[in-house]
Write a protein that binds this ligand. Sequence first.
Ligand SMILES: [Cu+2]
Length: 462
Amino acid sequence: MNRRNFFAGAATAVAAAGVSRVSMAALPEPVSQSSTATAPPLVPPNGRPYNPVVTLNGWTLPWRMNAGVKEFHLVAAPVVREMAPGFKVNMWGYNGQSPGPTIEVVEGDRVRIYVTNRLPEHTTVHWHGQRLPNSMDGVGGITQPHIPPGKTFVYEFTARRPGTFMYHPHADEMVQMAMGMMGFWVTHPKESHPLIDPVQRDFCFLLGSFDVEPGSATPKVNTMTDFNIWSFNSRVFPGIDTLNVRRGDRVRIRVGNLTMTNHPIHIHGHEFEVTGTDGGPVPRTARWPEVSVDVAVGQMRQMEFIADEEGDWSLHCHKAHHTMGPMGHEVPTMIGVDQKGVVEKIRKLVPDYMVMGDKGMADMGEMEMEMPIPDNTMPMMTGAGPFGSAEMGGMFTLLKVRRDQKPGDLRDPGWFKHPAGTVAREVPGAVGPPATRKAPSAKDDNGKTDASVRKPSSAHNH
Ligand SMILES: [Cu+2]
């Protein structure tokens, strides 16, 4: 990001304010980002103040103010996203990344978004969930002509209601979303809102799915359900940053789903409430405690809680296959199969033949570290913790709660140091066979079973 040039451009634009829009030929300079690190939240340099969000392994798009209008410039183009260290995928995205940068505005802001198309085919941008004039809805062929390759279109509307939104193409959607074209949008409330609480940490990410053959680098765009890469913001564990908070912080996590299936997002150690959807803030009387929330296709959910338990808490999709990397789903289940007799025979033909999976597949995590895999392949299970392999990949990260994390400090504090003697541990001694439980029979009962019915009395009826 070249901030200096960006703000120099912004100053020029402000000087030119008052000139008619036609003569304002200069577009806001497109800003691009190639780092996969979580960018520090973008503190608004102008306009109404707000508490900015943290885009997990992503960033927020800067704007320029032009005669009171916030102007953004999105550039749709092919990008290379490093989904995990050493695993790069050819995607389509915006401004150098998939997902595109988060757009943050304030309720009531007039917003102008230039969209330049550098894809090999036409596109549009749909502003998912927004109240806007129909002509700004971004549905190619229905509310506008498509944006041809090489052309720039402009969208303009007022961000009418606060909340959590997404943007994505409404043109060749199956291909363009399978290639990673999507982004987050947050509209902050313009003043204190009865249903929107201030929070100390505000994270957002989009759920993603890709089908990348081991050893290749371009997603298969025709896959309907059998994807093999499951991501938060196009990153996979252990390539996903952790959510680092101070004990006692009120935390908001905004999640959007533009994949082809639902994802039950589960947080350990805390109960949260869903405080908002893409339809807006949830009335307080309609909130209840959860530890998992299903984020269905095309939905967004805002989870909120007080992070009051220290530790490294898992935060993941509860579909077990979604915390795994690529694997063949046609592999036969070998649990309980004694392969001893055949191994020697097979080794005569295949000297390196190994027995796999007869005691489960937990060994795979460590075995993969030694096994040769094709270049540019994400391992099936990776990520080591302080006690060994985490046997996870995909949609998995950690919520790190620390008493000594400084207010606003987003840095990873490292592994949690459990108080001495508190970690689950082995107990000494052998365990004998279980005692046999004698099943009661009707004969033993001698008709003594009490089956009286208690009638509700009016005195206790409430
Ligand atoms: Cu999932």
